[in-house]
Each structure stands twice: as C-alpha cells, then as structure tokens.
Design a protein around this ligand. Structure first.
Ligand SMILES: C[S@@+](CC[C@H](N)C(=O)[O-])C[C@H]1O[C@@H](n2cnc3c(N)ncnc32)[C@H](O)[C@@H]1O
Length: 321
C-alpha cells in the first residue's frame, strides 16, 4: 500500500478492509443475497457461487465496462481511484493495466465481494476502502485517473448535503483536488433526456421523474413514498455546466456517445462526429423491425442525427485537469 496517499487512520478494519466511514449498503438485490453469496464463495468456491448467483447480483465476468479507457492515455504507471467501485466491474479490468487502483465504496459487503474477485484473479495492486465520497482519507494530487462510473447520479443521496446538486458539485471538486495536474476524470452516466426513459424507470425507481422539473419530481416521489428526488441526471450541456462550475476547463471536457450504454461501451462515438453516429445507426445497430428501418432512413439527415444525439441514452465524459 502506498501509505503516502492515506491521510487518516481507519475507524476499524474488517476482513482486512479498512473502514473510514460507517458501512452503508447500496445494491439492486438485498444485502442478505450478497452476504449469502459471499458465504458460498468462501465455503464452496466460485463454481457454486456462479451456479446460484449468476444474474442475481449486479456483477458479471464481462470486463468491457472499462473499455472507455482506450480514449484516455492510460499507462502502466497510472495511479487510479475508482469511486463508488461497487462490485468492481471497473476496478478489475483497470487493475490489470495500471500500477495501482484505490477502490472505495460506502458498502463493506460490496468491497468484500471485490476483495474475493481480486484474489481469484491474482491481482494484488488494489487498495480497498469503505469510505464516504465526502469524507475521503486521501491526499490531494494523488491520482492520474479518477473514475465515477454510475456514481455522480447517486452522490446526492448523502446526508452531507441537503441539495443533491450541491453534493454533485462537491464530489466533482473533490475529484479535481485529488487529481494530479494533467490527470483525467472519467464519468459514465445517463442522459436526462434519454428517449429510453419513456419506457424505462428513472433512478428514483419511478417513471418520467428525470424529465420533470426537479421540484415536481421531488413532490411526485414523496407522494409515491420514495422520499425526495435526489438522483439528478443532466443533458450534455447540463453536465458541462456542472463540471466547469466545479473548476474544470470547458476546453478539456470531451463527450462520447457509448452504444449500447455507458455500462457496456461496445462502440464509442465522439459527440461531435455525426458521420460516425450515422455509420453506427446505419451499419452497426440492428436493423430488425419497421421502427429501426425508419431510423436508418432518417439517419441520412443531419438534423435527425443532431436530435438523436440529444436523446441518446448515456454519455462517457472524459475531463483533463
Ligand atoms: C450504480 S453503482 C456503480 C458501481 C460501479 N462504479 C460500477 O460501475 O459497477 C453506485 C455505487 O456508488 C456507491 N456510492 C454511492 N454514494 C456513495 C458515497 N457517498 N460514498 C461512497 N460510495 C457511494 C454505492 O454504494 C454503489 O456501490
């Protein structure tokens, strides 16, 4: 462990993982499912775990979630911070190609799962911490790359701030502080105006809340017994505004359109390149169904591509300090 980057002592250590904050679970399945999965890994091994738990937890062996890294000049000397690392789907592939990864999450059980995955893969260049984004034990200017994949939209749930946007802004300022000069921040996140939210659920667990004015979304969420609306997403320009407000330079922000989405970035289109977007729609996306055929036809027109881009599902955002 490169101790120089740690500036606080942990509250306690459990399962060899230092806790700098109280353990707070977040996950798509109940924590009891993950805990029984951990028991199976320890007592019966990965084969049994995979037999019973594949698909139940938000983890797969597919490590392409970090493929956006090809747009960052990542090298083997990089020090990386994976924020809200969860089950480690970004930590694992990055640890294979950089010097060291510090991965933190508010949840101990998620870090325990990642600890076992790292052991299974024979990776020993990762420091795991249970820590809160807003109370990190890390020294300034320590990292070449900071990752916020599926995290910026959740940090508003903190008790440190009343206003979700203030929390998001603060998290970006923390990243700016922790980056070395010339370092990179990566953000993977949904587009507030994504067309797919017409069919799917927003982070609130309800439909359409992302499209609503914030006060209305909050009112609606409370009416439906979900507490206040605190999982803000933004448009491309909204993210740009937030990131520059945090102190990054506008010229150093690059947006990409990941297809099919930021968690599976199989094809990554630079935001400004309509030709590549057209190629993606016409030649690479499935052409089955009348709706798809119509979209392929419309993709001949720049005005359609421009509109399509505004309603794209999600963004990869790469920002240089
Ligand atoms: C959607 S998951 C993303 C996990 C991972 N980055 C990935 O791409 O697979 C969000 C994660 O952020 C963590 N998280 C949210 N707010 C946090 C905070 N304030 N401090 C630490 N972790 C936090 C949650 O515990 C959860 O594991």
């Amino acid at each position: 462990m490169e101790n120089t980057i740690f500036i606080k002592k942990p509250l306690e250590i459990k399962d060899n993982i230092p806790l700098f904050s109280v353990d707070k679970y977040w996950g798509k399945s109940p924590e009891s499912v993950l805990l029984s999965g951990l028991k199976i890994i320890d007592e019966q091994g990965w084969k049994e775990f995979n037999r019973y738990y594949a698909g139940k937890l938000d983890f797969t062996d597919d490590q392409s979630r970090a493929d956006w890294r090809f747009n960052v000049p990542v090298d083997k000397n990089f020090m990386v911070l994976d924020t809200g690392a969860g089950m480690g789907r970004i930590t694992l592939p990055l640890a294979k190609v950089v010097k060291r990864v510090v991965a933190f999450d508010a949840s101990l059980s998620r870090m325990q799962f990642l600890q076992r995955r790292l052991k299974e893969e024979g990776l020993n260049n990762v420091d795991l911490l249970v820590a809160d984004f807003f109370d990190l034990p890390l020294a300034d200017a320590s990292f070449d790359l900071i990752v916020m994949n599926g995290v910026l939209e959740w940090v508003g749930k903190t008790n440190f701030f009343k206003d979700p946007q203030a929390a998001q802004l603060a998290s970006l300022k923390i990243c700016l502080r922790l980056l070395k000069p010339g370092g990179y921040l990566y953000i993977g996140i949904e587009n507030r105006w994504a067309l797919s939210y017409l069919r799917g659920f927003d982070h609130s667990g309800l439909r359409y809340t992302g499209y609503m004015p914030r006060f209305l979304a909050s009112w609606y969420c409370q009416l439906r017994g979900r507490g206040k609306y605190d999982t803000y997403t933004y448009s491309r320009s909204g993210y740009e505004k937030l990131i520059t407000q945090a102190g990054f330079t506008k010229e150093n922000i690059q947006f990409f359109l990941p297809y099919p989405g930021y968690n599976v970035p199989r094809i990554v289109v630079p935001y400004g390149n309509l030709n590549i977007l057209q190629y993606l729609i016409v030649y690479l996306m499935s052409a089955r169904g009348q709706k798809r055929k119509l979209i392929q036809f419309l993709a001949r027109f720049d005005i359609f591509l421009w509109l399509y881009r505004l309603l794209f599902f999600s963004f990869n955002i790469i920002i240089k300090k």
